[in-house]
Design a protein around this ligand. Structure first.
Ligand SMILES: [Fe+2]
Length: 381
């Protein structure tokens, strides 16, 4: 992601230090990374003698936030009335519960729309045809696509909009384009009998979102009426179980190795089950860092979230840029000796370059005390 820059980069090893990041730390120390441009710019690895989150109190506006989105009540027939959780100029996130077929078609004129199916299954009908979906699916809807969902069980959907922009695939670099997931694993909708069966002269509304406001076009027929198409743009779907995470038995790879989709000012990464590192000197948990250039949003989809205490599926945490964080106290005990051989978590991470605004709609399900989850309680004990 980083531009080619003439970084100021003195290479030094000062005092007692490891020369390999995330491994072979001096005995009894905790590593904190300070870095530029996420994990792509210059960085320093500092060996602290206390956990870098070992504060006894934390006050002021720089706060990590946590929300239990699955606890939001009410379903919404339209994605455009689903609660907005947070946004900035380049990204908007909503959490949408839908139990019945959408009565209208939707179109996002503001940007590409990514749907992550947290719960439930159903059928998607769109300009490109029919595509079934299930829990764990990502569905990318190019800007301008008309679409609707027809759930067969109640759906919970995390919606991530690439405002005024697109989703693309990351450059897989040294491991080549077929690693992590092969582009051939991306499924596209089909013009099949099920799609043809929903066509007809039924009056149909299309709710078009532009600059956040909704306009409605009413047709005397169903405009999902194509009989064919060609091109290199389409709705695509991939399930998180088809993601084959990169890992190294000797090195804790940074979250950027798990990038799934890229937009101009943010990335979407997927944490999928993987074995822990086995090299005795390699870190097994995320290293402490300040997230210096990125706001970090994590949505917990399924499994056991190994580096987080008291986090369950359907929750979202936000670690703002500048807030030092790392493993929670219980996970930290397994820094070099995890209790299990592998992680069994699925989570969606969005790292965004621009500060985030939070919306009131998520306030009822906020966990107010989240900042204290790192608190050093030894002073009270
Ligand atoms: Fe982080």
């Amino acid at each position: 992601m980083a531009d080619r820059k003439n970084w100021i980069m003195p290479r030094r090893v000062e005092g007692e230090a490891s020369r390999q990041a995330h491994a072979d730390l001096p005995k009894g120390t905790y590593e904190r990374e300070i870095s530029k441009e996420g994990f792509f710019g210059p960085a320093a690895f500092l060996h602290h003698t206390h956990p870098p989150t070992g504060w006894t109190s934390f006050e002021g506006p720089l706060r990590p936030r946590a929300f239990n989105l699955s606890k939001l009540d009410h379903g919404h027939h339209s994605p455009w009335s689903a609660p907005r959780i947070l946004s900035n100029k380049h990204m908007e996130m909503r959490f949408w519960k839908l139990a019945e077929a959408m009565p209208a078609l939707s179109r996002n004129a503001d940007g590409d729309q990514l749907l992550f199916i947290h719960r439930g299954e159903g059928a998607l009908y769109c300009d490109y045809g029919h595509l079934d979906y299930e829990q764990g699916d990502y569905i990318v809807l190019p800007r301008g696509t008309m679409w609707r969902l027809d759930p067969s069980t109640e759906n919970e959907v995390l919606m991530i909009e690439a405002t005024n922009s697109h989703y693309t695939l990351p450059d897989k670099g040294l491991v080549g384009p077929h690693a992590i997931f092969d582009p051939a694993m991306l499924d596209a909708p089909k013009i099949d009998d099920v799609f043809r069966a929903q066509q007809g002269e039924t009056e149909t509304r299309v709710e078009i979102k532009k600059r956040g406001a909704v306009s409605v076009a009413t047709f005397p027929f169903n405009p999902l009426d194509v009989i064919g198409w060609h091109g290199e743009l389409s709705v695509v779907r991939i399930n998180v179980r088809h993601i084959r995470p990169l890992m190294s038995h000797r090195y804790h790879v940074p979250p950027s190795a798990h990038t799934t989709f890229i937009s101009d000012r943010f990335v979407v990464c997927t944490f999928a089950p993987r074995p822990f590192e086995t090299d005795p000197g390699a870190l097994k948990v995320p290293f402490f860092h300040n997230n210096d250039d990125y706001e970090e949003i994590l949505f917990y989809h399924a499994g056991d979230f190994f580096s987080r205490d008291n986090i369950e599926a359907g929750m979202m945490t936000v670690h703002p840029s500048g807030f030092t964080h790392g493993p929670h106290p219980k996970a930290l005990k397994g820094m070099f000796t995890p209790k299990k051989e592998a992680t069994d978590e699925y989570a969606v991470m969005v790292d965004t370059r621009d500060p985030i605004d939070f919306h009131e709609e998520a306030r009822p399900v906020e966990w107010e005390g989240y900042v204290n989850s790192w608190q050093n309680r030894s002073a009270e004990d």
